[in-house]
Design a protein around this ligand. Structure first.
Ligand SMILES: NC(=O)c1ccc[n+]([C@@H]2O[C@H](COP(=O)([O-])OP(=O)(O)OC[C@H]3O[C@@H](n4cnc5c(N)ncnc54)[C@H](O)[C@@H]3O)[C@@H](O)[C@H]2O)c1
Length: 427
């Protein structure tokens, strides 16, 4: 079993570290955030991720999982160094690699001889070569091992992945990394580092385009009287298309798709390639988010004016099953509404604090508080609890009973029977 350092205790680092410890390795997870390290050392998980807490307790109890402040304290004794650092976007869409440069500067002198850096973050093509130049250590290999987990299913995705991609310049380094995952039953794909890096960006850009496509079909369905749910089901049976990522929504977002698509577009631009298809998918998504907000505006009582209206919004996280608000499409739709000076009252089971840079957004502690006297209700995140609410009670509480179901989670007939005006998406 190997001695492993994991640098960065976020969604990916925590999942990677706790799962590697679960597989029997000796893992030290480092972060710069002292408070986070303290909480984790005490068995407290700062994010919502099903199954993670149990693995954390297991690792702490078995004494093969610990937490430290600072990358050096984890890396100085490890044979493998997993980089799970943020790769946020720059204003032009390219990837900000400052976290990487600073961690490499920090650890390069203390890395034990012949140890291996394994990059799990999503990075632009060419990053491994860049890091290699920066580190100036011929004995240290850098391997790209992109992570495909999705939040809300992170532990399951890590332990039962569809594939493990390992990009390495030498077969020896690739085999060393593959051996760490030998207890995981999944196809291993060994490639060059550039291909491994591009696989991750391509996967996310492709999924984002698939969502744009079904959102466009949803708009078409509304115009021609078809039902997008039937269309999606019908095409999803075709194994060449596949049934996942065909659920229309308010627009795609989250911590990965927007930044990774933008970064891939930048990579293409830099390489002199006009990637029109991807660029269009990104702009169409922006338009779709705006269109979702406009649906709400059109549904408000005539003559009342947006400024005097109250809109209830259910769902703030970028999808159900996570507490992650980064680039959430729900927030993008709400932002459009706030810019039009609407009074928005929102509820999300995972959010109870004000949202940064959204001072005018009222956060309610229950869905029923949010809908009180509302002139419209929009469902923005597909939490099961929103489908299970008492809509009779909601009908009584609202001033103008109209529901815009941007996730198609409610039963249109049931709501219409209660007296609601129901506006779904693509149906
Ligand atoms: N979140 C996902 O669903 C997901 C899935 C696959 C891949 N990825 C990629 O994985 C990477 C990490 O994503 P994330 O969501 O885990 O990010 P995150 O922001 O949740 O976590 C990053 C962590 O790194 C820590 N950190 C920053 N600088 C540090 C330093 N110098 N030393 C030690 N720790 C430091 C931060 O404090 C934070 O805890 C990104 O490239 C992302 O695109 C994310």
């Amino acid at each position: 079993m190997a001695d492993i350092a994991v640098i960065g205790a976020g969604y990916v680092g925590l999942t990677t570290g706790t799962c590697l410890a679960h597989l029997g390795h000796n893992v030290t997870i480092a972060d710069v955030d002292e408070e986070k390290v303290q909480k984790l050392s005490g068995g407290e998980i700062p994010i919502f991720e099903p199954g993670l807490s149990e693995l954390l307790s297991e690792g702490i109890e078995n004494r093969n999982l610990k937490f430290v402040v600072g990358a050096v304290n984890a890396s100085q004794n490890a044979a493998f160094h997993f980089l799970c650092l943020p790769t946020p976007p720059n204003p032009d869409g390219s990837t900000n690699m400052e976290y990487f440069s600073s961690v490499i500067e920090e650890i390069k002198a203390v890395l034990p001889t012949n140890s291996v850096i394994v990059n799990k973050s999503t990075v632009p093509v060419g990053t491994t070569s860049q890091l290699k130049k920066q580190i100036q250590r011929t004995d240290v290999e850098i391997v790209s091992n992109p992570e495909f987990l999705s939040e809300g299913n992170a532990v399951r995705d890590f332990l039962h992945p569809s594939r493990i991609v390992i990009g390495a310049e030498s077969q020896e380094a690739a085999s060393k990394v593959a051996a760490l995952f030998s207890d995981i039953d999944a196809p291993n794909q060994i490639t060059g580092t550039e291909s491994a890096e591009l696989i991750k960006h391509t996967a996310n850009a492709f999924l984002a385009m698939k969502l744009t496509f079904i959102n466009e079909i949803a708009t078409l369905c509304e115009l021609v009287g078809a039902n997008v749910l039937d269309v999606a089901e019908g095409i999803g049976y075709d194994p060449r298309i596949g049934s996942t990522y065909l659920r229309p929504g308010p627009g795609w977002g989250g911590s990965c798709f927007p930044k990774d698509s933008a970064s891939l577009l930048q990579t293409a631009n830099k390489a002199g390639f006009d990637f029109e298809l991807l660029e269009k998918a990104i702009t169409l998504n922006q338009e779709h988010l705006k269109r979702t907000a406009e649906k709400v505006i059109h549904a408000l009582p005539q003559g009342k004016g947006v400024e005097k209206s109250k809109i209830a919004a259910l769902g703030l996280t970028f999808k159900a099953g996570t507490d992650d608000l980064r680039s959430s499409p729900s927030l993008a739709v709400i932002d459009h509404l706030l810019n039009l000076k609407a009074h928005v009252s929102a509820y999300d089971p995972m959010v109870n604090l004000p949202i940064e840079n959204m001072d005018n957004l009222e956060i309610s502690s229950t869905a029923y508080d949010a809908v009180n006297n509302a002139d419209a209700l929009i469902i923005l995140t597909e939490w099961q609890e929103f489908a299970d609410l008492n809509y009779e009670r909601i009908y009584e509480a609202m001033s103008h009973p109209v529901v815009i179901d941007a996730r198609n989670v409610l039963n249109p007939q049931e709501l219409e029977q209660l007296g609601f005006q129901y506006i779904g998406l693509g149906q």
